[in-house]
Structures are given as C-alpha cells and as structure tokens.
Design a protein around this ligand. Structure first.
Ligand code: ACO
Length: 434
C-alpha cells in the first residue's frame, strides 16, 4: 500500500484540537484511513457493526468492485479464469500470485493428487456421527479433526508446515466431502484415483460404487470445476474473516479452516444455495410460475420474514459476475442431461425477470448472486441439497488457506481483537444476599 498525499482530519464539536490520520491507497478500490492511533490519541473507538466501512487487513489476493459487478483473482477477471482455466490453475494462482506455467501446473497437479487420501482412522472418526447428521456438521468436525491426524504440519511459524497443510487441506477436502456423503447414504467410501483430475476424482468419489466401473461425465466434471472456480475466494467475506480472526490467535490451520466451514454454514452466507433451492422447490410445490407474483408480494412485505434467497449481496450492488457464469453453466448442464424443461430453472428465470424489473429490487440494487443458479446445477448433477454448502466449503478452502497464509506473512499481523460500545450497567454492588 502507498501513503497518499491526502490526510484525513477528524474534528470535534467540543473545541478539542483536530487530529490528522494517514490515508493509504491500494492498487484499485477505495482508499483507507489508518485509524490505528485513534484510541491512543483520543480515547475513542470507531463504531462499525457488520464492518460496513472497515478494512480489517491489507490483501493482494482478490478484488471486488461491487458497483461494476467485477471480481478479480490476483488481477484476472473471473470470467476469463472461468473460461480459460481449470480449478487447479486457479488454486495455484490464488496461493502463489500467478498462473502456473506448464511445468508448474504438472507439478502442482501431482502434488495435490498425491495428498488426496486421508488417514484411515478418519473413517472411524466419521463413523461416530449419526447417519442423519447435516453434512456441514460432519465437515466442521472432520476438518477440525485433521489437526489430530496431521501433527507434523501444525507449526504455523514454519513456512514448510504452512505449505504442507495448505496442500493437505485442498487435496483432502473433496475426499472428506465425498466420505460424508457416502456415509449418509450407507455406502462405502470410494478411495481417490490418481489418474483423474481434481474435479473428476471428486465426481467419482461421490457417485461411483465398488461394484461397477464408473465413467466420469465430462459435462458434469466441467460444471463442478466451474462451481469450484467461482467459489474459490471472495476477499474478506464472513467465513474468510472468521478464518483470519481464528487464525490470528496462532491456532493451527485445520482449526482455523474448521471455523471458516462453521461460519459458511449460515443461510446468509454459504447456506444460501441450499435455502434458495428449498425456496424454489417450495414455490414449485405450491403453484409454480403461476404463484410467482404472490410470492414476490410476500418477499417485499417486511413483516413476512420472507427473502428472495439467492438475491442481494453485501458488496455487489450490480449483477454478481459469478451469477452470469453460473446461469450459462446451468443451461449447458440441463441441456446435456436432457433436462431443458426443468421446472425449477423456468421458475428461477421467471423470478429473476420479475425481480430485475421490480422497483423494490431495482431501488435496493438487489441482483441475483452466485447461489441463485448453483443449486439448480448441483441438483441436476445429482448432488443432494444438504451437501451444497459442503461443496462451497471445498471450493473456498483454497481462498481461506491463502488468506490465512497472507495474514501470517504480514509484518503488521496481530491477534484480532475488536472493541465495543458498552451499553450495559455501570459498575454496581451486589446487595447482601444472606
Ligand atoms: N429479498 C428481499 N429483500 C432483500 C433481500 C432479499 N434477498 N436482500 C436484501 N433485501 C432488502 C432488505 O430488506 C433491505 O431493505 P430496506 O433497506 O428496506 O430495509 C435492503 O434490501 C438491504 O438489505 P440488507 O439486509 O441491509 O443488506 P446486507 O448487505 O446486510 O445483506 C444479504 C446482504 C445478507 C446477502 C442479503 O441480501 C440476503 O439476505 N440475501 C438473501 C440470502 C442470500 O442469497 N445470501 C447469499 C449471499 S452470497 C454468498 O454468500 C455466496
């Protein structure tokens, strides 16, 4: 970051002297006011619940321009990455800062491929869960438990340990998600197969069984690979900030990523794709396209508590660029699987059409987000709704681990410790009780 010529001056209405704060410029995006000395100089904190205007860190990984609807990983636009690269290219880029050349790609693919198997005893750990447990509950447990299985990569001060744990997490996440799925189905886990791509291997671990040969469908593989690319990172969102905050205490990477998985589970974040598909299925079961108008009235009525899931975003105040790519993939997958007439897709298109014209959505700048179409794609592929957020967690792991690593390498890194505006009782005495 660069120090700007500009300074920010804070003045007070009570006649106290104004104070200057340095302003820093990034490569693109808003400047930031460095208020680190505010408390020392004034005895005051800033107040910003929900981090509406607070940059909590410096980062060189991902940039979003919410007004333009632009998303860049390491400077590259998401649409160019989604159409020219595979998830391993993008993972390498996010971790290392640049796209791999051919030799680097071969080496990275091989490194990840050769870490996909998990410690056999993790299967016993998995068996302790109830069969009907939510996959996100299982995944939070399995990722956290990795710290107990891979002690040799938990020294966060050792760059080699950090590298090994990053590869382990990226490589083993598909295996863990597929294990959780197979367990819920009462089926045996399918072990990874090294001649397949990262995504092809995941498809096989999800849908093969030990009794038959299995051919990975290329359209399905490509669609999932795109889902992984689109979800790989998204700057300082809730789960990434959780990973950073959790990791800032110096905890091991598996514990920090497990915290990210837990945060992602919520319906306002990663759980939105599951909630969106449930909304579409509910609407389809209760009148379908005919009832869209009535449903939209409910959405706009603040007392109903109903939101149009898959719409709106804290940062995008324009079309989420990932939603456009997802809509394209959705069409491709439905056509390839002979599901062009899928009623949920029709319903989603109709909801989108109405919302984009409705003043309620237009005035509030509410557009479809990535989750609006990703649920339809995953459902068409055969992924159960309850597993959608786990797929998101799988894809986001590379972003989480890159952001965690970036934080630990930052000379300004400190334990995260927000302040508060206290509005509880002032000091008081306990009355004599006996
Ligand atoms: N349906 C109806 N109204 C909405 C929606 C929606 N999906 N989203 C926002 N609004 C309205 C709010 O009621 C509010 O109206 P008001 O100004 O009249 O009070 C206004 O738009 C602003 O909304 P906020 O909730 O203040 O915006 P915020 O930035 O806090 O929320 C969020 C963003 C949580 C994503 C919200 O849009 C939402 O709940 N969307 C549905 C869930 C969803 O799709 N989440 C996925 C996010 S993307 C991701 O995690 C991959």
């Amino acid at each position: 970051m660069h120090l700007s010529d500009k300074k920010a001056t804070l003045s007070f209405s009570d006649g106290s002297a104004p104070i200057d704060f340095p302003v820093y410029q990034g490569t693109v995006g808003p400047d930031v006011i460095d208020i680190r000395k505010l408390y020392g100089q004034t005895g005051m904190f800033t107040y910003d619940p929900g981090f509406m205007a607070t940059a909590a860190c410096e980062s060189a990984i991902t940039f979003i321009d919410g007004d333009k609807g632009q998303l860049l990983y390491r400077g590259y636009p998401i649409d160019q990455l989604a159409t020219n690269c595979d998830f391993m290219d993008v993972s390498y880029l996010i971790l290392n800062g640049d796209l791999p050349n051919a030799a680097q790609k071969t080496e990275f693919d091989s490194l990840v491929t050769h870490h996909t198997m998990v410690h056999e005893q993790l299967h016993f750990f998995l068996r302790g869960f109830r069969r009907d447990a939510h996959p996100m509950a299982v995944l939070t447990g399995l990722v956290g438990a990795m710290a107990a299985f891979y002690h040799d990569s938990t020294d966060i001060t050792n760059p080699r340990h950090r590298e090994v744990s990053a590869i382990r997490l990226i490589a083993k996440m598909p295996t863990l998600v597929a294990m959780a799925y197979k367990f819920s189905q009462g089926q045996p886990s399918i072990y990874p197969q090294n001649n397949l791509s990262y995504t092809g291997n995941f498809v096989r671990m999800m849908f093969a069984n030990p009794c038959e040969d299995y051919q990975v469908n290329e359209v399905v593989e490509r669609a999932l690979d795109r889902i992984f690319i689109l979800h790989a990172d998204h700057e300082q969102n809730a789960s990434t900030s959780t990973v950073r905050l959790c990791g800032s205490s110096g905890t091991n990477p598996f514990a920090a990523i497990a915290a990210g998985v837990a945060c992602l589970w919520g319906p306002a974040h990663g759980g939105a794709n599951e909630a969106c598909l449930q909304m579409l299925e509910h609407l389809q079961a209760n009148g379908g396209v005919e009832k869209v108008g009535e449903f939209m009235q409910q959405v706009k009525d603040k007392t109903s508590g109903v939101r149009l899931m898959g719409f709106g975003h804290r940062v995008y105040k324009n079309y989420d660029p990932r939603a456009k790519l997802m809509q394209q993939t959705c069409k491709e997958v439905l056509a390839a699987l002979g599901l062009e007439k899928d009623p949920l897709f029709k319903l989603a298109m109709e909801l989108e059409r109405i919302a984009l014209e409705d003043p309620y959505f237009v005035e509030r700048k509410l557009y479809p987000n990535v989750d609006f179409y990703s649920g339809i794609v995953q459902r068409a592929i055969g992924i159960p709704t309850s597993l959608f957020t786990a797929i998101f967690a799988l894809a986001r792991t590379v972003g989480w681990i890159a952001q965690w690593n970036e934080m630990l390498s930052d000379p300004d890194y400190k334990i995260g410790r927000p302040r508060q505006l206290y509005t509880g009782s002032a000091v008081r005495d306990v009355a004599k009780r006996r």
